[in-house]
Design a protein around this ligand. Sequence first.
Ligand code: NAD
Ligand code: TYD
Length: 354
Amino acid sequence: MLVTGGCGFIGSNFVRLVMRKLPDCRVINLDKLTYAGNPLSLADIEHDSRYRFVKGDICDTRLVERLFSEEHIDTVVHFAAESHVDRSIAAPDEFIQTNIVGTFTLLEAARKAWLSGSPPGTQDTKRFLHVSTDEVYGSLGETGYFTETTPYDPRSPYSASKASSDHIISAYHHTYGLPTLITNCSNNYGPYQFPEKLIPLIINNARNGMELPVYGDGKNIRDWLYVVDHCEAILSVLSSGKAGETYNIGGNSEKQNIEVVQTICDILDEQTGCLPDGQPRRTLIRFVKDRPGHDRRYAIDASKISGELGWQPSVRFEEGIRRTIKWYLENPAWISSLIDGSYREYYEKMYGNR
Ligand code: NAD
Ligand code: TYD
């Protein structure tokens, strides 16, 4: 199995799950180690003989083709991407390159390896699963849900680049018969998430008594999905999903951002005590200038994957957020390995004058 972006948040959780649940599977993790990739996230399995880490770029055609032939890849799980909306607004270039050109490079390598000259029938065992996002569907009002047939309406450079890659994936299925699968999931949270996304950023700031920046009025809604549930869903799509199909994956846990931030404050107060001056952490909340084009609400209708494949989220938000906070409190070394000069520079640029 070739996993791209396996040193990122979801990829590292997925690789760990595969190593545990699929004892006959060898995993090749191709990751460029951008700011978001951290080999420490897989330190516990790096010496496993079934695991190989390759530092490299998914846009590097020769490298990707070499891995397909050297390792006899029959399954691709494609996570590698530039994934942060705020960064895509500040600097979209890498999003176009990695998310669109990188996906194209992987598809071409799979097409050459799997479809040209291979005996009939051997394609049946191949799978190319592309991990995408609910953000391709745009923004919802107060009601309604995204289904697999909701028209695409991406509104940030990030979601537009993911939408583009989804279309190229579908084209390779329809045109060449490549056995592709697409999953569109909602916002993930859990261990090993880089502290520039909402939940780990708030946990880290709140723990350290720093301000908690909430964009706009704090009433934007996301449908939070615990990362291990997401990884389980990917495994079920790999084993039982139908080639050419799309599956939406959601957490059934819609929350306003402000509720998420307040919940984190309250749990930290309860577990570690209030701030040194005796104040509760909610006093750290600061409403800041909104994100341009900020999507109001995302919510997934996951009835297709639950009806056809029997997958459902098993971790409720109230439980998942406690597990996540516990993990961050118990792994200060992982967090401090990331809070370096470039993180501080990023933070100052994004929040300094906000
Ligand atoms: P992440 O930013 O934490 O990790 C991305 C990983 O990809 C990093 O390890 C990085 O080093 C690697 N990478 C980036 N560019 C690369 C390149 N050119 N070549 C090789 N490796 C490269 O992302 P994540 O949160 O784990 O998301 C994984 C996937 O899931 C992405 O495709 C994202 O669009 C999608 N997704 C994420 C969420 C979420 O809530 N995190 C929600 C929906 C969809
Ligand atoms: P984020 O974690 O960046 O994910 P996405 O933009 O892909 O949904 O943000 C989640 C929500 O939290 C989104 O509505 C923006 C908001 N947000 C804040 O209010 N403050 C912050 O500092 C960050 C990073 C996000």
